[in-house]
Design a protein. Structure first.
Lengths: 185, 185
């Protein structure tokens, strides 16, 4: 079980996994969906999750946490609060009201676009990107490139759940990738 | 300036307002949009915001914080973390994977539906609802009714920004409504 944090944290992670509900065939047949809402509503589980995710970055200088709409908004701001960092939302097209930078990328079933405010990041700021799930890594990679376009230094990519069998780390090898919970299928 | 927290907190709130960017004619002509992203990215401003919003509930027993997709996800979980409560997402139709309760309601320009997992709240649990903006109050009222349908006791409704001139409090008079920042136009 390749948890990135050794010792006591491994036990906590196994406890967290028990709070995640597994739903077969969602959103489509053949997909096993890891439903984190059962973990979020558990007050001890939720606090443990945010603490464990934040802990990886406590020794780093983090200016901003970037979170991706919509489920990334659940974790990014809480981690930013824990780290005393600012939070920057990365959104679907047309949602942000001021001047925007955008990034188009290819997904398994079509293309997608992410937007960020052009003035959201100052060149040289240390940024981490936080999302609920690391699957193929396409969205995380796009977000990192978008942030780099604005001059950010990417200090890390943090996830609650990583689907190890999709090998996203190969695509993200230039970054520090940290995931709390790992699944082999 | 009817801030709900007296003394020092009033000064903090005035400071927070200076961090909010005002954008005329967004999303449509004649609307003055209060863009909170400039506040979120400010590390001191963001911490102050979450602390000030949470402070109102520190003396209460809060089991769960409910947040509404998508901007409500930015604040609800951070407040839940601060209060050591659980977090429950209230989402647009079709996003939640398990059995759901739903609530249809009428908005200014059409109807809307909110969904919550049927098992998200245990009868009798003390719940607060947190969102970015209190405008007409329709979404907040719908969320409160949805939570009450599952047996929740609504301990409060908390907002970052309230547009006082839309008089949402009349609609929500049976609830404890707390907003950090008030605008008269």
């Amino acid at each position: 079980m390749p948890n990135s944090t050794p010792g006591k944290a491994v036990i906590d992670c196994e406890h967290l996994k028990k709070l995640i509900r597994e739903i077969p065939d969602f959103p489509q047949k053949g997909i096993l969906f890891y439903d984190i809402t059962t973990l979020l509503k558990d007050k001890v589980g939720f606090a443990t999750l945010i603490d464990a995710l934040s802990e990886h970055y406590l020794a780093k200088e983090v200016d901003l946490v970037l979170g991706i709409e919509a489920r990334g908004f659940i974790f990014g701001p809480a981690v930013a609060y824990r780290l005393s960092a600012g939070f920057v939302p990365v959104r679907k097209p047309g949602k942000l009201p001021a001047a925007r930078a955008k990034y188009d990328y290819v997904l398994e079933y079509g293309t997608n676009t992410l937007e960020i405010h052009s003035d959201a990041i100052q060149p040289g700021q240390q940024v981490i990107i936080v999302d609920d799930l690391l699957a193929t890594g396409g969205t995380a990679e796009a977000t990192a490139k978008l942030a780099e376009k604005l001059g950010a230094t990417i200090s890390g990519l943090g996830f609650v759940v990583e689907l190890d069998f999709l090998h996203a780390r190969e695509k993200l090898e230039k970054y520090d990738v940290f995931s709390l919970l790992h699944y082999q299928r």
